[in-house]
Unconditional design. Structure first.
Length: 196
């Protein structure tokens, strides 16, 4: 790691602790925290910005911002959103931050994210279909489940279209992802039908 990178890591570490120690963060800090998470090239360090944002602003809002980066961002921003998405699933613990109310209570609406996760899957499938950069396609596929059960019914047609494209793609990693999705355990209804 170069000295300037070490300095940046040190600054990020110095900033993270006070962010987690606060019960709330100013509204105007949300966008810079998300940008810092998306632009940090190291998946381990982007968590330093995502985690305080999840605690202060809620998992739902953080994930929605990452979906927006994936949907409309540059390739670099999309790659950053994919890295940060993993960190947005950080387990929440009442003893980790004073962002929880008395008795470790937190408004569950802050963290409800089922529809946002579906939006992430849909956007990822669309980015895969539209991307011309092979590395971007790889990044997106790494976060896509191979189990059809992980996709809501309204995405099944888009998933099948993505799989059809991936099965005949010249890249072996992409074909391997499609082959994994084509395994019998990826078809819950077929499993039930084929069982004795």
């Amino acid at each position: 790691m170069e000295p300037k990178d070490q300095h940046a890591r040190h600054l990020a570490h110095v900033v993270r602790k006070p962010l987690l120690e606060r019960a709330s963060l100013p509204e105007e800090w949300f966008a810079p925290l998300m940008a810092a998470a998306v632009y940090d090239p190291d998946p381990s360090f982007c968590r330093w910005f995502v985690e305080p944002a999840v605690y202060a602003f809620g998992r739902r809002r953080v994930m929605a911002a990452l979906v927006d980066y994936l949907r409309t961002g540059t390739d670099a921003e999309r790659a950053g959103a994919v890295r940060a998405w993993y960190s947005a699933h950080v387990p929440l613990r009442a003893d980790r931050t004073p962002a929880y109310g008395p008795g470790g209570v937190r408004d569950p609406a802050l963290d409800e994210s089922r529809d946002i996760k579906a939006a992430w899957l849909e956007t990822s499938l669309r980015v895969f279909a539209e991307a011309t950069d092979l590395q971007m396609r790889h990044r997106v596929l790494l976060g896509l489940p191979t189990s059809r059960a992980a996709y809501p019914p309204h995405l099944h047609e888009l998933l099948e279209s993505t799989l059809a494209s991936a099965r005949v793609h010249p890249d072996p990693h992409i074909r391997r992802w499609a082959a994994a999705a084509d395994q019998p355990d990826s078809y819950p209804s077929r499993q039930l039908r084929d069982s004795p």
